[in-house]
Design a protein around this ligand. Structure first.
Ligand code: T4K
Length: 372
């Protein structure tokens, strides 16, 4: 089968090549390629408006945004987080020398279970790092109540939550800070890229130092920072993709609607929850397969689709608490829901250009497995 006929889990949104060439032409005139260039600054302003956030600073990628905001917030000791996420969330905590304390997830939203957070708080806990997984938002109100009660910081991993609003507020306004990913695989991309949003201007100033080696001026270096800057080519891609992102999300939402129509009636398949008062971004389409009711497992569907060159993904299996580097240190018996969902979840292909015919084909291959 040719490369063209493969259906991958996603496909990057891109502007027309001519549009991109026109946008980057000025870089050849200015020879200014990175370090807070003109395009970077324009993008920062445009994203601040689009995401409806008070402050924003951009990064080379979402992971560095998370690593550095954890550092900038001065977290210590233990951080309560979810194991049902991409490696980045857990790695960012560990790479800051902190201890992740894994909390189970809610069986409906797959986000951190707010009823299980308090029992994990100790005198070493400094923060909660929840994830708006697949763009399904956490219970931000309850999490804030818990954080206020115990004096904890909250940093949201909003890597999947670009453009989401809750009660008309940008999702990046909740907690003390949020990080976004603008990776090629996301709803909105700057090739690679990321951002931190927050209310506290002093944190933004610290992050601006940290992401540029801690350089304050030509003679003063005040932080031990790495290099995590977004360059002008990334920003150019970001400026153009921002013009088209609403259209891309609209097309994605039509794909999601088709999946819902075709799979919503299938016994043994649970579709992602629709949340009240949330403007959704159609980032991912995870289904949860009950092998008893459906008659085949998540892995059976994954392999069956594979045979037709349809590449779904097991986001997020395994749980990060099971990663080899922990050497079995975490007891997943305390994480029954996360363990169960991670064994049953399958993320189906979703991107703006996925045709209705392709969605129908994917769904019919899933359904034919049920009747086998
Ligand atoms: N927090 C969370 C919760 C995250 O999910 C992520 C990233 C982060 C933090 C960190 O943000 P970044 O530092 O990445 O900005 C992909 C992405 O690389 C990763 O960004 C994303 N989460 C994760 C969920 O998915 P992989 O290992 O699955 O990528 P890969 O290379 O297998 O690509 C998946 C599919 O995407 C391919 O089959 C085809 C398509 N694709 C891929 C690339 C690289 C494209 O269409 N274009 C491309 O350029 O991690």
């Amino acid at each position: 089968m040719s490369q063209e006929e493969k259906i991958l889990v996603t496909k990057s949104s891109m502007p027309d090549l001519e549009e991109f060439i026109e946008e980057i032409r000025s870089i050849w005139d200015s020879r200014w390629l990175t370090n807070r260039g003109e395009k970077y600054q324009r993008l920062e302003n445009e994203l601040k408006d689009y995401l409806k956030v008070p402050e924003i600073t951009l990064f080379s990628n979402g992971h560095m945004a998370l690593e550095l905001v954890i550092e900038a917030m001065g977290l210590t000791g233990e951080v309560i987080t979810t194991p049902f996420t991409f490696a980045s969330t857990t790695n960012a905590i560990l790479r800051n020398g902190l201890t992740p304390v894994f909390c189970d997830i809610d069986p409906v939203t797959y986000t951190i279970d707010v009823n299980k957070i308090e029992e994990l708080i100790t005198d070493k806990t400094s923060a909660i790092i929840p994830v708006h997984v697949y763009g399904t938002i956490c219970d931000v109100d309850r999490i804030q109540e818990i954080a206020d009660k115990y004096g904890l910081k909250v940093i949201y991993d909003a890597a999947h939550a670009f453009g989401i609003e809750y009660n008309g507020c940008g999702i990046g306004t909740f907690g003390d800070a949020s990080i976004f990913s603008f990776h090629a695989t996301k709803v909105y991309n700057t090739i690679e890229g990321g951002a931190v949003t927050c209310k506290d201007k002093s944190i933004i100033e610290k992050l601006n130092l940290l992401k540029n080696f801690g350089i304050k001026n030509e003679v003063e270096v005040t932080e031990v920072g790495p290099n995590a800057k977004m360059n002008e080519f990334q920003a150019a891609m970001g400026l153009l993709n921002l013009k088209h992102v609403d259209g891309e999300i609209k097309k994605r939402s039509m794909v999601v609607a088709k999946y819902r129509e075709l799979l919503g009636v299938v016994d043994g398949i649970t579709l992602p929850v629709i949340q009240d008062n949330v403007k959704f971004n159609s980032a991912y389409f995870p289904i949860v397969v009950d092998p008893e009711k459906f008659g085949a497992s998540r892995d059976d569907i994954y392999n069956h689709l594979h045979n037709y060159s349809i590449f779904s993904r097991k986001y997020f299996y395994p749980l990060t608490s099971s990663f080899e580097y922990f050497d079995g240190a975490h007891d997943n018996d305390d994480l029954p829901v996360a363990t169960d969902i991670s064994l049953k979840v399958l993320t189906l292909p979703l991107f703006a250009d996925l045709t209705m015919e392709q969605v129908e084909r994917i769904c019919s291959h899933i359904i034919e497995l049920k009747s086998k």
